[in-house]
Design a protein around this ligand. Structure first.
Ligand SMILES: [Ca+2]
Length: 218
């Protein structure tokens, strides 16, 4: 074993932990008015949870609003904008799913009241002209896979069902606190490499201070 081996192991573990943190684009958010939220850390956008139309009764779930228009009006009164299908597609493209564990993890933030009870991760986006489009997570528990899917354009249903609404409050661009900038990983790696070289290098005598003083003298 060389002197640098333990350092390399430490470096690898640190880089892996930082890389994992930077990939967590969706995190749980704090409530906005009566609405549960999740946050896209890449953009700072605060999204309303997809199950905000539901409330837990103690033994099951009930609708919180009279109909979908009532639900949308409450979201807008709290400052949320109803997302267009293009905006939702941009989000789901940036937050890909590949496995059912990823689907469950996302659902815990994006439908934090009901996920695990109803496994609903489903909302309508605004197409315009009274039309909507469902964007939803589609797990295949048999295969262990998951993906985002979209439905066709349909007239906006007035009655509430398992689908929520995609709605958001724009945030300041940039990563959330605690999420390293992409350049941070490179800086950490560079710093560790310098440290490794210093440990492995033969100590050199200090440069004469007289020359530095001579260069700075008037
Ligand atoms: Ca949430």
């Amino acid at each position: 074993m060389t002197l640098a081996t333990p350092l390399r192991r430490t470096s690898a573990a640190l880089l892996l932990s930082l890389a994992g943190a930077s990939q967590a684009a969706i995190v749980e958010g704090t409530d906005v008015g009566p609405f549960r939220t999740f946050v896209d850390t890449a953009t700072g956008t605060v999204w309303a949870d997809l199950d905000n139309h539901l409330t837990f009764t103690g033994s099951g779930f009930a609708f919180r609003y009279a109909d979908r228009a009532d639900y949308l009006a409450a979201l807008q009164a709290a400052g949320f904008a109803w997302a267009t299908t293009t905006e939702v597609a941009a989000l789901t493209a940036a937050v890909p799913m590949a496995t059912t564990p990823e689907f469950v993890t996302l659902g815990g933030s994006m439908a934090s009241l009901s996920f695990g009870e109803t496994t609903t991760l489903d909302g309508y986006a605004d197409v315009g002209d009274g039309l909507v489009q469902r964007h939803y997570g589609l797990p295949d528990y048999g295969a262990g896979t998951a993906t985002w899917a979209v439905g066709g354009w349909t007239p906006w249903p007035s009655a509430l069902n398992d689908s929520g609404l995609w709605a958001y409050i724009p945030g300041a661009p940039g990563p959330a606190p605690g999420v390293p900038l992409p350049g941070t990983l490179a800086l950490v790696a560079a710093g560790l490499c310098i440290a490794a070289r210093r440990r492995g290098a033969v100590r050199q005598p200090a440069a004469p201070r007289a020359s530095a003083r001579a260069e700075s003298a008037p």
